[in-house]
Design a protein around this ligand. Sequence first.
Ligand code: PLP
Length: 405
Amino acid sequence: MPPLKTRERLSEVRYEIRGELARRARELEGQGRTLIKLNIGNPGAFGFRAPEHLQRAIADHIHDTDPYTHQQGLPEAREAIAAHHRRRGTPNASPERVFIGNGVSELIDISLRALLNPDDEVLLPSPDYPLWSAATILNDGRPVFYRCNPENGFLPDPDEIESLVSARTRAIVLINPNNPTGAVYPRALLERIVAVAEKHRLLLMVDEIYDGVLYGDAKFEPLAPLAGNLPCLSFSGLSKVHRACGWRVGWAVLSGDPTACGDFHHAMDLLGALRLCANVPGQFAIEAALDGGDTIGPLCASGGRLFEARRAVIESCEASESLRLVAPAGALYAFPGVAGAAAEGFDDHAFALEMLETEDVLIVPGSSFNVPYRNHFRVTLLPEPALLREVFHRIDRVLQRHAGR
Ligand code: PLP
């Protein structure tokens, strides 16, 4: 029998966060090596736990979790999400416009499937969180990247976004706070992007999964209140802010004038119905999470574990002659660039492989996030600060070798 053929467009899809290097890491672990794996923003893998009141909410309702729920999710959970959005100023946030999914991941896929016809274009940030480009491609669309470059603090340029709009453009995707760069977008910038969406009648899709993970004086501005009557889909969930990524709970809230949203609501509902419903136990934690106060804030404030981890990375980069870092203002990652003599002939993939093989450290090459340059890499800020200092000591050792020092 000839070998099975798979979907051709898969050859265009990359998700290297769990790709070749991660496979090699498992092989090395199988040979008894102990690795420091900084490739995934998985709080539970670094000793973080979901807050107890969330765990209790699931335990208290475990006997109610056998049936399927409505495809959009449990009514009480949707009401809690809608109320959370109303408090933020999202216009007309109601439980009917909330879609609960198996993580934001599933909803990214469903929403792009609901939106795109073949060769429709989606404006995506470069760097992006690569699920966005993968899901665009697998739903027959075409990613068109706008640049978020380090020289500009990884912020996008609304004029460039507008210059990329074509007759086929359907949506502008924003990731704020950003993975992988940690950029947090100021209100004035968001307003200019909203104006582009309004002028060209584009759906705004904003991935706000890191909305509470903020350092220093960074201020998060939710997009939906600024978008007002424009169709806007805002994504968030329990994975990061509430440290419960294994529960697979995310949501998307549709806002804007219902007439302008056309059949989009119906399409989301239909696609949700085809997969029946999201994981039910996790849905019981949503109300507790959104009504239970800020539990990530203290971790991100001076003295908190994430704040100190970020400080460790910033100080390590400052001390290195070979590294340049735009300090992350939010989210769970740093995205340093290699500069100076070490940057000559530098290849981020070869470097990541070298770090794994010779230093037992797993990082993600920057080009995995759809950037054209090859001198960046991503690490997560989730490990203990002392471990991050050790990692950067090893990184610097390798870079010094590259620089011939
Ligand atoms: N969006 C961004 C920007 C992410 O970084 C991630 C996970 O790392 C996701 C979405 C997926 O999150 P979830 O666990 O809710 O599927």
